[in-house]
Design a protein around this ligand. Sequence first.
Ligand SMILES: Nc1ncnc2c1ncn2[C@@H]1O[C@H](COP(=O)(O)OP(=O)(O)O)[C@@H](O)[C@H]1O
Ligand SMILES: [Mg+2]
Length: 256
Amino acid sequence: MIELQNISKTFRKGSEEVHAVERVNLSVDPHSIVALIGPSGCGKSTLLNMIAGLYPPTKGKVFYDGQHVTGVNTHAGYMTQKDNLLPWRTVIDNVALPLEIAGVSEEERYEKTRKMLAEVSLDGFEDKFSSELSGGMRKRACLARMLLYEPQALLLDEPFAALDAQLRLAMHDLLLQLWTQNRQTILLVTHDLVEAVTLADRIVVFSKRPASITYDETVDIPRPRDVREVRFTERFREIYNSVWEHLKDQYDEERI
Ligand SMILES: Nc1ncnc2c1ncn2[C@@H]1O[C@H](COP(=O)(O)OP(=O)(O)O)[C@@H](O)[C@H]1O
Ligand SMILES: [Mg+2]
């Protein structure tokens, strides 16, 4: 579904160069959930931006559903690190914005948006302003806005990082429920290894900058998973430990 072929990215500002990504090869199977984990600043968001087609790699090629990505990839849903809801718009008008831009009639976009808001348990909040929402509700609104496109792939950049532990669990549960219904391909950037093992079929570990893949682990924990209980299972602990062995080296090196 998503294929990165020998991707490198160097940002240039005047004479300064930042090597953000170094020779990344990654092939993501359709309908799978793949977590990308690595130290802060290593180049994870840069990778997602290239899959979303916001800018091209310096070297290598990105393929999405068999097509070479050469411009903005509107087929993939993208939830960026910042939520960019517009504070002067109501929830329904924020979530419906992409449909509004696409010229969908008010009646049709409100109907679709109301259904989607119910899916993420935001029914009853349609007419609130986004500035009146809690952090978890804002994330739900962003999820709804992205899902309205019915994208086959979701690019999620640390979507739940700012939430407290209870809300994060509720969002994990919601994400897995939505995935069970629609089976999108999901690329999830996270710093949280518990989140990665709970949600993913596969965890890919990145080095500190420039990001390159240092480890790749299959998470063979059966589904459906209970997001509150799965972390107490033996298999979870084994996978957590084996990924942590590789991840901790990146953090250790970072400290020196
Ligand atoms: N548009 C840009 N111009 C220059 N440098 C950038 C740009 N975007 C990201 N970088 C740099 O690339 C590196 C990786 O950034 P990023 O992909 O955001 O890391 P992560 O998401 O893993 O925390 C950082 O050093 C960052 O400062
Ligand atoms: Mg980032």
